[in-house]
Structures are given as C-alpha cells and as structure tokens.
Design a protein around this ligand. Structure first.
Ligand code: GRF
Length: 213
C-alpha cells in the first residue's frame, strides 16, 4: 500500500504546517505532505514548505470569477497529487460543495475555539470579551457549514490572561500538539468519518470528539 500522503492548505504564517513537517521529521506522523497549497502567493508558509522540499502550489481566488470556478481549480490541482487527506491549516477561504464532494470524508480543519462556541473569526477576542474561564481548540471534519463539521478532538486551557496575544500563543501550543496527532490517527486508519459520524478504532465518538486534556 502507498504511504499515507496529505495536502496542507494555508493562507498565511503556516505554523501549524510547520508542526506537521516537524512531526513527520520526528516520525510522529508516518507519511508525507504531498503538496502545500496557498491562495496567497506571499504566504510565509510557502517558505516553510520550500525549506522542507515540499511541492508548492498557489491558486488565487482573484483569478476566478466565482467560488465554484476557484474550487474547481483547487480540486484539479490537488487531485494530481492524489492526497489521502486534505488538511486545512489557516486556509482563509470557505469551500463550496464542489470541493467538499471531491474529497468527501477526507478534509480536516483546526479551529481556535471549543466549537460549537465561537465559529468564525476573532475567537480569542470574543472569548475574553465574554469573560470565559476556559478556551481551546477543535479539530473537525469539514462539511458545508462554517466551522460546523463533525468534531474529532478538542483540547482546552484555563484562561489566566487578559491579553489576546498571550492567549493566542497558548492556543497555538495546543494546536501544534493536537493537530499532527489527529492527522496521524487518520493516516493510520484509526480515525474516520462515515455518513456524518466520526469513528475512532471503529467506535463512534460522542459529541465533542476526543478530549485531549
Ligand atoms: C490557527 O490558529 C488555526 O487555528 C486557524 O488559523 C490559524 C493558522 O495559523 N484556523 P498558522 O498559519 O498555522 O500559523
């Protein structure tokens, strides 16, 4: 059987991409990144990919009139690499059914909140404004809803700061631990999505997925 291979989609810094690259290096993920695709040609994550000798692709939505056309091109480009999994890591575009159906049950995203709380942007600010005591991250399969797909795993921290920057740093640390782990579970066939339900070692996960605390 061919080795597990996955594509990583980014729009910016790519620190989660870096965590994947490091996890492969340390053999915490058994597999390879077949390509890194960005919708922004100046995304710093592309430099990280090049340093690790991973093929890079840039597809800008500005070159397409509709989201459908953009997604058609994404599918075309990614399909040439035959990825087993699509890993969204700070990819700032909402994907259409065209894309989701092309990689059905094979798209993961990481979101910086304990979903279903705080879908969308500026999660750290919103958590602090609400005086929450706990904050965290969610890895989920992607469906057509915004940050609403079936949850694989979550990890959380107690909030001990009023600084968005500090909170973001703490949240990032959680992400670098959890996301590569979930990707490796998928690669090893331990984790899968089937008919909208998430299974770990063939047992259906309860709502909220695996609690990594
Ligand atoms: C992460 O915080 C992730 O949760 C969110 O976008 C951010 C990407 O950061 N989806 P980076 O590009 O991986 O540094």
């Amino acid at each position: 059987m061919a080795a597990f291979s996955f594509a990583v989609l980014i729009s910016g810094n790519g620190s989660n991409l870096q965590a994947m690259i490091d996890a492969i290096e340390k053999e915490n993920i058994s597999g390879k990144i077949c390509c890194v695709l960005s919708d922004k040609e100046n995304a710093y994550g592309l430099k990280r990919a090049s340093r690790a000798k991973i093929p890079i692709e840039v597809v800008s939505n500005k070159d397409f009139e509709t989201r459908e056309d953009f997604d058609t091109e994404l599918v075309k480009v990614l399909s040439t690499y035959k990825p087993d999994l699509i890993v969204l890591a700070g990819f700032m575009r909402i994907l259409s059914p065209k894309f989701i159906n092309a990689f059905t049950e094979k798209i993961l995203n990481i979101h910086p909140s304990l979903l279903p709380k705080y879908p969308g942007l500026n999660t750290h600010e919103r958590v602090l404004e609400s005086s929450d005591k706990i904050h965290g991250i969610t890895v989920h399969f992607v469906d057509e809803s915004l940050d609403g797909g079936p949850i694989c795993a979550q990890s959380s921290i107690q909030i001990n700061t009023s600084s968005v920057k500090e909170l973001e740093e703490e949240i990032h640390k959680l992400e670098y631990e959890l996301y590569p782990k979930v990707v490796s579970w998928f690669g090893e066939g331990l984790l899968k999505l089937s008919n909208g339900k998430v299974y770990f070692e063939n047992s259906e996960l309860k709502i909220g997925g695996i609690d990594e605390n």
